[in-house]
Write a protein that binds this ligand. Structure first.
Ligand code: NDP
Length: 333
């Protein structure tokens, strides 16, 4: 097998030279163990933010969907697809009862997806899907008729949150980085409004898109736009602080802008969360999203990069906004 080992801390955008690709010997399977071959590996924003906490060199973290190609465990037969936090590696030997923890993804066997690709185990039916499901439901607690604002709206999490918002019966407005992404959100996914945050006046956009102001803000990006959205919220609004991608690559940016007056005077509830909080309810989220998918209520787009050697390009491309929906790497190009 082959794996990525991080040898330098990221400085600005990740670079190929921050990693070594290392060959590794695969051990013989012991009783209870499986050998899984990576089919799709995920590139996610948290990878950019998290590696600072690891001592180097270290195996690169990340979720993957892998096919079981050898097994000494009856519950995990050859041919099944699993999702797990195996990191950026082509082959993994493990006992599913004590899986690797190179990322935020409990080991699960994928359900039968019919005509849908198994890569959904990294997006709509995986960690981002559950981030959307639990983050919106548990932190924002939207009620029918309320207005939800979403930043990073065309990405894996944002596009999913907006669609759940519509299923619940809310007005949904999104902010994304290109006009094409905004068209996709309104024309394909049913968002009520979508604005290009790079070219539009966010205050004017909020007045137009949220005339009754914002009740729930699902924050994927942080920074200045979050302050502006919070200043356009209703009393007792709820903010789910999911991510702050606007600052992940940029050391020079202040990590906080001035938010406090809106929080106090509008009595907002602002709560950060990590999706692992709901690991014990993981199946609930997967099943809810799967049901909506099969009913045609949830749509998805993926940006597929090709080849294990192109992991870093995929990672950087996702951080730059090349993706609509979930960014994944198909391991064999
Ligand atoms: P996305 O699929 O949304 O991909 C990242 C997107 O971020 C890009 O496509 C780009 O879209 C946008 N982006 C990049 N730079 C900036 C910037 N400076 N300002 C605004 N937007 C930017 O990724 P995910 O859906 O996987 O993740 C979205 C967010 O959710 C991230 O912040 C991530 O850290 C967080 N997250 C948190 C979890 C948790 O447990 N709390 C779990 C999973 C994700 P555009 O063209 O619109 O700029």
């Amino acid at each position: 097998g082959r794996k990525y080992v991080l040898t330098k801390y990221f400085d600005g955008e990740p670079k190929k030279s921050d990693f070594n690709i290392v060959e590794e010997e695969l051990p013989e399977l012991k009783d209870g163990e499986i050998l899984a071959e990576a089919e799709y590996i995920s590139v996610d924003p948290y990878m950019r933010a998290y590696m600072i906490g690891y001592k180097l060199p270290t195996d690169m973290i990340g979720g993957q969907v892998a096919k079981i190609i050898a097994s000494r465990n009856d519950k995990y037969p050859v041919g099944k697809f699993i999702a797990g936090a195996f990191g950026w590696r082509t082959h993994t030997v493990c006992n599913p009862a004590a899986p690797p923890k190179l990322g935020f993804l409990p080991l699960t066997i994928l359900p039968d997806l019919g005509q849908h690709p198994v890569s959904l185990g990294l997006g709509l039916l995986g960690m981002p899907g559950n981030t959307s499901y639990f983050g919106l439901k548990e932190i924002c607690m939207p009620k029918p008729g309320e207005t939800i604002a979403i930043t990073g709206a065309a990405g894996a999490v944002g596009s999913h949150v907006g669609q759940i918002g519509k299923i619940i019966g809310c007005r949904v407005i999104g902010f994304a980085g290109t006009n094409e992404k905004c068209d996709y959100l309104t024309k394909q996914l049913g968002f009520d409004h979508a604005f290009n945050y790079k070219t539009s006046d966010v205050k004017a956009a909020l007045r137009e898109g949220a005339p009754k102001k914002v009740d729930c803000y699902f924050d994927n990006v942080g920074g200045e736009i979050s302050s502006t959205i919070m200043s356009h919220m209703n009393h007792f609004g709820r903010v789910a602080v999911c991510g702050s991608i606007s600052s992940y690559n940029d050391k020079s940016l202040p990590k906080v802008t001035i938010l406090q007056p809106s929080i106090v005077f509008k009595e907002l509830k602002v709560e950060g969360f990590l999706v692992n909080r709901w690991f014990d309810r993981w199946e609930e989220g997967i099943n809810a999203n799967l049901k909506w998918l099969l009913e045609g209520k949830l749509k998805y787009e993926e940006k597929t990069y090709h080849g294990f050697d192109n992991m870093v390009d995929a990672f950087v491309g996702m951080m730059r906004g090349e993706n609509t929906g979930k960014a994944v790497v198909k391991v064999k190009s």
